[in-house]
Design a protein around this ligand. Structure first.
Ligand SMILES: Cc1cc2nc3c(=O)[nH]c(=O)nc-3n(C[C@H](O)[C@H](O)[C@H](O)COP(=O)(O)OP(=O)(O)OC[C@H]3O[C@@H](n4cnc5c(N)ncnc54)[C@H](O)[C@@H]3O)c2cc1C
Length: 425
């Protein structure tokens, strides 16, 4: 058929143009690989922001996105955690400060839509990236290469497929990778807020019996100098009730949950709602394909781990494939075995940690409450432990890919193409 003769070919095919897919296209093209990025521009996400920590900040720097992200985002200098469960043990407030580990900020909080817009702009301007604004209807995955078939019959080919097509990934299903999924009896409501008093670049997380209620600093605007984003986990029934309330009552309830620390609240724009669930995969790569982002991990937004982990997937994959000839099956399979090992450890650790913390809040059980409280007390009292926890949260030591190190430690100049023998089309 005519469409088959017009097949485009690249080194890397990226499926999905969400934040993870856009970052993947930039990371691989930075290394000099021709990249086809296939997916529709993501729709706006109401009230959604992402807090990105030090390792992700360095990665954004390597991708050339940091200056613009900083200009649109707000630095997070500290995170306060407050046990608001009325448990038996009096639990002190815990504050994790960037300066304790020698940083000016733990990370940056930016609206999800603005982050996507910045990455999209960079992808569109990059000479090695071609964007194809379409959905992939089918795949052909074999030993020699990969092909994505679009709904209109167009065929795109590559040496390697980076699957960033989200939690219901078709690419993952085509590769026969099994998933384990579960749900939590919770919904996250999200919103951007204006408030009376300044947040001082501090994020505050109240741990309540329905899950965390988190306020994350946002930059001020004209006539709105004090702004934050809200991620509020609650039961499905409470979410339904709150979404049908008059705005002013909801704003009052938000202020009440924050003990009026930031004063009166005003919601900007729409309130978002997201059903909470979890997912893990049996493996993170197969044949000529690797999974990144929500194709291989989903968990509730506690501790802002999701996209930070997704960017680590991308940076780690780029690292594992650096210096690999993508056409050499044996080299590729060794590199992917390494990627799978790394992701299994990193993703398993985060998924389990978030799951345990979430369940320990929503299932009141005295011994678990006491253990959680004891953890807070230990971290408040012991500086070395607290600093280790801060470091692990923002700059994980287990897997720190090259593109998440400081420029001087990356061993490459920004935008200097890495060479992969024989991998260029
Ligand atoms: C309430 C909430 C708050 C959060 N806060 C934070 C935070 O503060 N910090 C943090 O790190 N993380 C956070 N996260 C997690 C983070 O938002 C997600 O991990 C991230 O958005 C996932 O991005 P993704 O690109 O992997 O997936 P998606 O955004 O789902 O992108 C997948 C893309 O693939 C496309 N696609 C699907 N099928 C096809 C196909 N057949 N062909 C082509 N394209 C296809 C889709 O259209 C979509 O654009 C939060 C999550 C929630 C729910």
């Amino acid at each position: 058929m005519a469409a088959a003769q017009e097949a485009k070919r690249a080194n890397i095919l990226v499926a999905g143009a969400g934040s993870t897919g856009l970052a993947a296209a930039l990371a691989f093209s930075r290394a000099g690989l021709r990249t086809l990025l296939v997916g529709r521009v993501p729709p706006p996400l109401p009230g959604r922001t992402v807090a990105l920590f030090e390792a992700s900040v360095r990665f954004l720097d390597a991708l050339g996105a940091l200056e613009r992200v900083k200009a649109k985002g707000c630095p997070i200098e500290a995170i306060r955690m407050i046990d608001d469960t009325d448990q038996l043990l009096p639990v002190p407030e815990l504050t994790l400060r960037a300066r304790e580990i020698g940083l000016l900020a733990l990370g940056v909080n930016i609206s999800n839509d603005e982050l996507v817009a910045i990455l999209l702009d960079l992808c569109r301007a990059h000479p090695e990236i071609e964007m194809v604004d379409a959905d992939i209807a089918d795949y052909e995955l074999n030993g020699d290469g990969v092909a994505a078939i679009l709904a209109d019959g167009r065929r795109l080919e590559g040496d390697f497929l980076v699957a960033a097509d989200g939690r219901n990934s078709r690419a993952r299903a085509m590769a026969g990778i099994d998933v384990k999924e579960w749900t939590y009896p919770q919904v996250a409501l999200t919103a951007m807020l204006r408030h009376e008093f300044p947040h001082e670049n501090i994020s505050t997380e109240y741990h309540t019996r329905s899950g965390p209620f988190t306020l994350v600093p946002l930059p001020g605007r004209e006539n709105a100098p004090n702004r934050s984003s809200l991620v509020w986990l609650m039961s499905v029934a409470d979410a339904r009730r709150r979404l049908t309330k008059p705005r002013e009552e909801l704003e009052f309830e938000i202020e009440d949950y924050d003990k009026s620390e930031l004063g009166a609240m005003k919601i900007e724009g729409e309130v978002g709602q997201f059903r909470m669930g979890g997912m893990q995969v049996s493996k993170h790569a197969a044949g000529r394909l690797a999974l990144v982002g929500e194709t291989c991990h989903v968990f509730p937004p506690i501790g802002a781990q999701g996209l930070n982990l997704s960017l680590r997937d991308v940076a780690d994959l780029e690292d594992c494939l650096a210096s690999v000839d993508l056409r050499n099956g044996r080299e590729l399979s060794r590199a992917l075995a390494r990627y799978d090992r790394h992701r299994r450890a990193d993703i398993g650790f985060r998924t389990h940690g978030v799951d345990v913390l979430n369940r320990s809040l929503i299932i009141p059980y005295l011994p678990v409450d006491l253990m959680r409280g004891a953890g807070f007390i230990a971290m408040t009292a012991l500086g070395p432990l607290r600093r280790a926890v801060i470091r692990e949260g923002v700059l994980p030591h287990l897997v720190l890919p090259r593109l998440m190190r400081r420029p001087a430690e990356r061993n490459d100049a920004p935008d200097a193409p890495q060479r992969r023998a024989g991998s260029r089309s």
